[in-house]
Design a binder for this molecule. Structure first.
Ligand code: SF4
Length: 227
C-alpha cells in the first residue's frame, strides 16, 4: 500500500492462525471473537495532546468495579475468546483492579495483553502481572524527556518513571524466564511522525542502561510508517 507516494507497511495480521474462526465466518456460523479489547477505565494519569478518548473523562461512571471486571474476565474465558487486551478509553492501570483482572483472565484460559503508558507499571505490578501476560506495549509518543512531557501533557519526571519501569519489566522478564513474552514500545519521532515498533532493549542504550539488546520480538520487522 502507498500513501503520499511512500510505501505504507502495515502490521501483518494473524488471521491464518485462526482458521476455524475464518471457516465459521465464511459459512455464516457463530464463532466467538478471537480477541476482545477492553477499556478498564476512562481515567488517565496523563493529558496527551491528541488523546482521542479525552471526552470520556466527563462520564459519570469512570471505571469497571471489581466484581463486574472479574466477572467479565471469567465470562470471556468460558465464552471461548482467545485473548483479551486491556487498552484504550483511559490508562488501564488507573483502574486499581487491572492487575487482578490480568491474573483472573489468564486463569480463565485467556491470553492476556495490555497497552499502557507504563508510568504506573511499577516493579511490584510487573512482578504480579508479567507471568500472566503474553505481550504488553508501552506507548510513548517521544523518546526525549522534554518532548515527551509536552506530547503527553505531563511532567518530565513521568518520562523518567516510564524508563525505570520499562527497565524493571525487561529485567524481570528475563529473571522469571518468560521468553515468549513480548515487551515493546511505540514512539512517534517528530518531525517525521514515524511510528516504530521495537523491543525496549532496542531503544538507544543511553536511555536504558543495563538493558541488553536481543532480537526476541517478532514485531521487529514490522514498522508502521505514517509519514
Ligand atoms: S495515556 Fe492514553 S488515555 Fe491517557 S491521555 Fe494519553 S492517549 Fe489518552
Amino acid at each position: 500500500m502507498r500513501k503520499n507516494g511512500k510505501r505504507l507497511q502495515v502490521l501483518p495480521h494473524k488471521l491464518l492462525h485462526h482458521l476455524e474462526a475464518l471457516s465459521s465466518w465464511k459459512k455464516g456460523e457463530y464463532f466467538p471473537p478471537v480477541q476482545v479489547e477492553l477499556g478498564a477505565t476512562y481515567r488517565s494519569n496523563q493529558r496527551c495532546r491528541w488523546c482521542y478518548t479525552a471526552y470520556l473523562r466527563e462520564r459519570k461512571h469512570l471505571e469497571l468495579d471489581r466484581a463486574v471486571f472479574m466477572k467479565i474476565m471469567e465470562d470471556l474465558g468460558s465464552a471461548g475468546i482467545a485473548s483479551v487486551c486491556l487498552q484504550g478509553c483511559g490508562e488501564p492501570f488507573m483502574n486499581p483492579h487491572s492487575v487482578e483482572a490480568i491474573v483472573t483472565g489468564k486463569a480463565s484460559g485467556l491470553d492476556m495483553a495490555v497497552i499502557t503508558n507504563g508510568v504506573l507499571f511499577t516493579e511490584d505490578k510487573a512482578v504480579e502481572c508479567l507471568p500472566h501476560l503474553s505481550w504488553m506495549r508501552f506507548s510513548a509518543l517521544e523518546a526525549d524527556a522534554k518532548m515527551y512531557a509536552y506530547a503527553h501533557g505531563c511532567s518530565e519526571a513521568q518520562y523518567r518513571r516510564l524508563l525505570r519501569n520499562i527497565h524493571a519489566a525487561t529485567r524481570l522478564k528475563n529473571t522469571i524466564g518468560h521468553p515468549e513474552l513480548v515487551l515493546s514500545t511505540m514512539m512517534f519521532r517528530t518531525p517525521y511522525l514515524c511510528e516504530v515498533e521495537v523491543t525496549p532493549s532496542a531503544l538507544p542504550q543511553p536511555l536504558l542502561p543495563g538493558v541488553h539488546t536481543r532480537d526476541a520480538c517478532p514485531c521487529r520487522d514490522t514498522v508502521l510508517e505514517l509519514c
